[in-house]
Design a protein around this ligand. Sequence first.
Ligand code: ATP
Length: 343
Amino acid sequence: MVTSRTHAITLIPGDGIGPEVSAAVVRIVEAAGAATEVGFEWHRFAAGAEAFERFGEYIPQALYRSIEENKVALKGPVTTPVGGGFSSINVTLRQKFELFANFRPVKNLPGLKTRYPGIDLVIVRENTEDLYAGLEHEIVPGVVQSLKIITEKASTRIAEFAFAYARKHGRKKIHAIHKANIMKLSDGLFLRCCRGVAVTYPEVTYAEHIVDNTCMQLVMNPYQYDILLTENLYGDILSDLCSAFVGGLGLVPGANLGTECAIFEAVHGSAPDIAGKDLANPTALLQSAVLMLHHIQEKETAERIQAALEKVYEDGKVLTKDVGGTSGTTAFGDAVIAAMESV
Ligand code: ATP
């Protein structure tokens, strides 16, 4: 293959459906790269339970080093055990590399019928603190405490990210999502920071909605929203809710962005119920890879994949079960690669 440049990418296939969707995505990205003369060197690492079994560490030191060197990673889902076990690999990586912005665009794919056509909204979620700081302890048996950390620094930084994104991409409206009526100090601080940034972007309409009302408003009329600016926990929950507007968790991509490094991963988890059955939809991870390609300035390769993906959905012949089709992960990947020939 003739390549004019090659990118080293850290790849964490993950567990559950992770290896299947990652394999499909790598094949598609390789095919698009071959057509656009861009090469990829995939540096593969296990993380979580698999890494612990093999190397005695949940996140191998070599994985940290690889992300530090490559600056860019594509990551499949990694299971975090409920209750006991190890802390979330996702949360640990986001904190370690200060990937403070979790960016999740929610947009319909053409041809795919959903309850709400024409959705185009973005969730910007603070990614390093809140109840996900992982600071929990047992005070006495039967009483535990989980600390919600909200800082001026992180809140201002994520608000600045959201408003700068809105300005750059001509987005009109930002809603800060909160529960400051109850959590007056923590969510109150978050809102004060958002307001402080909002006044410096007069062209972007700023509003505030309480999180429970937001859930209702989203289901009643999602079109009223453009960018949802949230703390960590609210953003996690709203992401799953919003994914349902466009066809479910199999579709929505995500980017974890910091000043130095970026990790691209789907919104969904490891979906153990369908793992190993060639049933998973690789679209969410594929669209995450498209975000990654834009991030590394490979616009042509990114657009080639997106166009092929949209063609497959428009044709509607080779789709996975979660979106009403009968095809498997592998066949879907093949269809996207075949569609590239005609875009
Ligand atoms: P986590 O808390 O780890 O983020 P989650 O609550 O988002 O996980 P998932 O593991 O993503 O939950 O799965 C929820 C359900 O959505 C699964 O049971 C599965 O049926 C479906 N699902 C998730 N991802 C996909 C996918 N890529 N393709 C098809 N179905 C999926």
